[in-house]
Ligand binder design. Structure first.
Ligand code: FES
Length: 145
């Protein structure tokens, strides 16, 4: 059934034998196109943001600005399809890649890998370093390198 499949998916990206990979965390019952959600991941202090783009693409990032660690916000009204924006010094990041598009941030935003289960729920299942692809991050976590 669906729950069995869900458990399999989540376990696959979950805490490894070394205990270092962040455990999956359910962050929303659903996320509709045009919606965003602030959450904490991987730790209870770690600000993160999830966005469902208008075309359905689901993206997740650390919401800690790489400049001086202010909170990065989703601004749907900026850019052509919205952007991740830091109000402290007007830093901006591409919503689809996390790369810097404006302002002083020296690096893009680290990604938070998200998975959507059959019931529509959204789970955070891993993180990457800044500039690293989600795929590479998950492989590193899973020990597949
Ligand atoms: Fe984000 Fe300076 S802290 S732009």
């Amino acid at each position: 059934g669906g729950l069995g499949v869900a458990a399999g998916i989540l376990q696959r990206h979950g805490e490894g034998p070394d205990g270092k990979a962040p455990a999956p965390k359910r962050i929303a019952a659903q996320l509709l196109p045009g919606e965003s959600l602030a959450f904490r991941y991987p730790g209870d202090e770690d600000r993160a943001v999830a966005v469902r783009m208008d075309d359905g693409t689901l993206v997740g990032y650390s919401a800690v600005c790489t400049h001086l660690a202010c909170a990065v916000l989703w601004r749907k009204d900026r850019g052509t399809e919205g952007e991740l924006y830091c109000p402290c010094h007007e830093g901006a990041f591409d919503a689809r890649t996390g790369e810097v598009t404006a302002g002083p941030p020296p690096r893009g935003l680290p990604k938070v890998a998200l998975t959507e289960l059959d019931d529509g729920s959204i789970w955070a299942v891993g993180t990457t370093r800044s500039g690293e692809s989600i795929e590479a991050g998950l492989c590193r976590q899973l020990g597949d390198d």
